[in-house]
Ligand binder design. Structure first.
Ligand SMILES: [Zn+2]
Length: 566
């Protein structure tokens, strides 16, 4: 780059108008060289530079087509759209099918045809590992199916069917551990004095049509404890199915197919599906809801992972980015909604805006090349920072301090900010204009917190909840089917809600799976317990209400509590 930051800050329209033609020509050449270099840097991607694949946005999961030759043809106007040419989706070790044409066009349809999973006609793989059972469980019929009389527990019985279950023996408190336990389930038939042969049957729970008609049933190789471990490895520890397979093989000596793991994850999703209505009802009943969304690929669609979070409930939804998701969830909600400036939230009347976003945008202006934009950025930043100090003071101040005083005390600086924004509604600099428009559009929502200083200033709770899944998305590239997305959000919601409430999600899931496979209803999600009992048992209870937690940026998203000053 020939022109430095310092040089660019001095160059604007007036400066150019003053230059004589020769100087202007020289400057143009310099600018052109800089622009070309900047464009080249912008066009860098994992295919043509040392940038890591994770630097690519999630919707560009395929590298764009080769650009035309560097010297003989002009560079493309804009980066190629992601739909341009899509070579094979995933790098595989098997040779890719030969391209039908070197032009790259027909590979499009080939990539579509090549579906994930075993190709039709490939040899099948069955279970080859033989397990020796640690225990045997006999299941006897207790009542005659014909005459209804109780059957004797000592009557001769014939074993008519059975299956093996692999489960975890977690040890006990004295000797915790992770041991595999193989159980032989034997189902017996008993002949009643009335002459009828009655059989014991493995229990059958629901069939979940929305989750690919998967059945929740006892006849499963993977027992509740092992199924919970698989869910934990996949969602909490973000392991792919292949890595889970490797883990189970190396640490427990079990060979499970990817298909079995896949089915287990979907079945456990179906197990917890009834909890969703409880989560929605509790989120709607809360006084403060944080909402955020991040893109989530479900090829060929580009969807969004939404999170709605209260102090005790987390709900995830994978859907489009339109209003429908918000409208559906917020029908019946009357509390405060904290969100970013996305249009889908705009119609909700009791809205709060995240100041962290605005401060970042103001900081962006402070560092921009437009002199007037820099001034506006400074004004927004200092106004918000002054107000934040006042809000903290109001929160910690004596209760007699009337909260209504804040809007009046800062009326002058608020008015000056509004005038500054109004004056820049048609500003030449895009970012400056955008921030002015955003401030005026959301004025009420942004400064609502002055009337209610106890409300949060940032949307950190929702953003922190999404962070875990953003990392998961980089590893897994999203989900592949609507059923997979559904199982994923159900499990993620239940796991995060349990953790938020101070309970082990895994204890809950083991019981839930066993209950639902036996045909029993799903137990309600645990109540918010004494927080910190899970993972941090030694902390005293006074700090459990979440007060005094500081987040990056120095402000807390929670209302300070009596204990926070200590
Ligand atoms: Zn009978």
């Amino acid at each position: 780059m020939k022109l430095s930051q310092h040089d660019l800050q001095q160059l604007d329209e007036d400066a150019l108008r003053r230059l004589p033609e020769a100087a202007l020509r020289h400057l143009s050449l310099t600018l052109l060289a800089d622009l070309k270099e900047a464009r080249e840097r912008l066009a860098q991607n994992p295919r043509n530079s040392s940038r890591p694949p994770s630097s690519r946005p999630p919707w560009e999961h395929d590298p764009p087509a080769d650009p035309p030759g560097p010297a003989d043809q002009p560079a493309p106007e804009a980066p190629a759209p992601p739909t341009d040419a899509q070579p094979a989706d995933h790098p595989t070790t098997t040779p890719s099918p030969p391209a039908t044409s070197p032009t790259g066009g027909p590979r499009d349809s080939q990539a579509e045809k090549r579906r994930a999973g075993k190709p039709v006609g490939a040899p099948g793989v069955g279970r080859s590992q033989v397990f020796t059972a640690h225990t045997t469980e006999d299941h006897r019929p207790t009542v005659c199916a014909c005459c209804g009389q109780p059957l004797s527990a000592t009557a001769p019985a014939i074993r008519y069917t059975g299956f093996q279950t692999l489960d975890l023996d977690g040890g006990d408190a004295a000797a915790p551990g992770l041991r595999l336990r193989v159980i032989d389930h034997r189902y017996l038939a008993v002949t009643c004095p009335c002459g009828h042969h009655s059989r014991a049957q493995p229990a059958q729970g629901d069939v979940a049509p929305e989750l690919g008609a998967i059945a929740v049933q006892e006849w499963r190789l993977v027992g509740p404890g092992l199924a919970t471990l698989i869910v934990a490895l996949n969602l909490r520890f973000r392991l792919s199915r292949a890595r889970i397979r490797e883990f189970l093989h190396d640490w427990l000596g079990v060979q499970l197919s990817v298909g079995t793991l896949h089915q287990t994850l979907h079945e456990v999703g179906a197990v917890v599906a009834p909890a969703e209505s409880q989560l929605i009802a509790e989120a709607q009943a809360s006084g403060l809801l944080h909402a955020d969304e991040t893109s989530w690929p479900q090829p060929p669609q580009r969807l969004w992972l939404w999170v709605f979070i209260t102090t005790t409930t987390t709900l995830y939804v994978i859907a489009g980015r339109g209003k429908a998701t918000v409208v559906q969830l917020l029908s019946g909600f009357t509390g405060w909604l904290m969100s970013d400036g996305w249009f889908a939230y705009r119609d909700y009347p009791r809205r709060l805006r995240c100041w962290a976003h605005l401060l970042r945008k103001a900081q962006g202006l402070v560092e921009c090349y437009d002199a007037d934009g820099r001034a506006f950025g400074h004004q927004v930043r200092t106004t918000l920072e002054d107000l934040m100090v006042a809000i903290y003071a109001a929160r910690e101040g004596p209760p007699a301090d009337p909260a209504v005083a804040l809007p009046q005390a800062y009326a002058a600086s608020l008015d000056s900010l509004r005038q500054a924004a109004l004056a820049r509604l048609s500003h030449r600099h895009d970012k400056t204009r955008a921030l002015a428009v955003e401030l005026l559009n959301d004025w009420e929502a942004i400064f609502q917190v002055l009337h209610h200083p106890e409300l949060p200033l940032s949307n950190n709770d929702a953003e922190r909840a999404l962070r875990h899944w953003v990392i998961a998305r980089r590893l897994s590239h999203g989900t592949r089917t609507p059923v997979g997305s559904r199982a994923f959000t159900l499990l993620a919601s239940v796991i995060d809600t349990c953790r938020q409430r101070g309970h082990s999600p895994w204890t809950y899931l083991v019981t839930a799976i066993a209950d639902r496979r036996a045909g029993l209803p799903l137990a309600p999600l645990p109540h918010p317990a004494d927080l910190y009992t899970y993972l941090t048992p030694s902390l005293p209870h006074e700090v459990s209400s979440g007060g005094g937690r500081k987040y990056p940026g120095g402000y807390s998203s929670r209302q300070p509590t009596r204990s926070s000053g200590r």
